[in-house]
Design a protein around this ligand. Structure first.
Ligand code: SF4
Length: 340
């Protein structure tokens, strides 16, 4: 299957899992439109929109028309209950039906989902799924594995099949918002256990069941989409960042920011991104081969969050199981064949 090259635009400060009321001016529509136009000659085929309550974002029509002019598909990703209102707002703004919706579900039933999200959110998420079916919009269901939905893994796959989803993706909750979720982050060993269960289950279903890159991986050279230049990620401040997974309330040491797109063109920023990715991958390999790892670095995204200083939330409370430990620690041992 041909790889899709995506431009991720975070239009407002929020990311899935961070349900606070972050403040800040949204990404200006004129800048977003300029980036969409500049992305086309680079080969960008899809634009994926991120943020909270985007149905109220003032410049949706500018984004819709920029995508139309470049013949680029527009995709939506985020909390399931926000997707229907956003898809409708986009259509009112002149966009065609989305090229895809990536809908975050927090459980297989209303009680679990609403408990982990907000009241009434499951029904609104189902409305979004019905919209996808009616409008023939490809639907991905994303589920973040956590203690409260752990027993519903198989039911989620069945629900996704009933909703005619193209695939269901199981992921670690976003590490970048771990400290603001207001509920326990699943401990690493429990995530490994879920992963093993999912690997068994995926054999039993015809629906495509994917495991997200953020889970523990034995392949040290594995490259995620961001590190293989399959994604360009622009945050609400107008900065090109290494990866959208790193967006969250803690800006860390800021070194995941590659360029300010208010100041430089997209091609100039991408040139810098290529240099950063090359250095980052070389340094990651060096760390892997020289034993400069903590055990949890085998969780692919964990290494990045640790490296960019975004794990301060793990220093206290329920997140402590994810606190970076020293090399050689036996806690959360990565298992046979992994450095510890
Ligand atoms: S956090 Fe790192 S490993 Fe995870 S998707 Fe982003 S760049 Fe890739």
């Amino acid at each position: 299957m041909r790889r899709v090259f995506r431009l991720h635009l975070q239009l407002t400060p929020g990311v899935p899992g961070d349900n606070g009321e972050p403040s800040g001016e949204p990404l200006p529509g004129a800048l977003a439109a300029r980036l969409i136009a500049a992305g086309a000659p680079l080969g960008v085929q899809r634009v994926r929109l991120w943020g909270h309550h985007l149905e109220a974002y003032p410049d949706l029509s500018q984004i819709a028309s920029a995508c139309r002019e470049q013949d680029m598909g527009l995709e939506l990703a985020g909390e399931g209950h926000e997707m229907f209102a956003l898809a409708q707002a986009l259509e009112r703004a002149g966009a065609t039906a989305p090229a895809g919706i990536r809908l975050l579900l927090r459980g297989a039933c209303e009680a679990t989902h609403d408990h982990l999200s907000v009241d009434g959110s499951f029904r609104r998420a189902m409305q979004a799924a019905s919209y996808c079916f009616a409008r023939k919009v490809p639907l991905d269901i994303v589920v973040e594995i956590e203690p409260a939905n752990r027993s519903e893994i198989a039911e989620v796959i069945l629900l996704a099949a009933a909703l005619r989803a193209e695939r269901v993706v199981f992921a670690l909750p976003r590490l970048a918002v771990g400290g603001v979720r207001g509920r326990p982050f699943p401990p690493p060993n429990a995530v490994d256990e879920h992963k093993r269960e999912l690997e068994r289950l995926r054999e039993a279903f015809r629906l495509e069941v994917n495991l997200d890159i953020g889970l523990r991986e034995p392949d040290v050279l594995l490259g995620c989409r961001s590190l293989c230049l399959g994604d360009l990620s622009v945050n609400w401040c107008g900065q090109l960042t290494l990866c959208q997974e790193l967006w969250g309330p803690d800006s860390g040491d800021g070194s995941d920011v590659v360029a300010d797109l208010h100041e430089v063109t997209l091609p100039e920023a991408v040139k810098e991104l290529i240099a950063r990715i090359t250095t980052f991958r070389q340094e990651r390999l060096r760390d892997w081969t020289s034993g400069g790892l903590v055990p949890l670095d085998r969780f692919f995204c964990y290494y990045c969050h640790r490296r960019f200083g975004k794990l301060r939330w793990t220093e206290q409370g329920a997140g402590r199981a994810w606190a970076p430990r020293q090399r050689g620690s036996t806690t959360n041992s990565p298992g046979p064949g992994h450095e510890a």
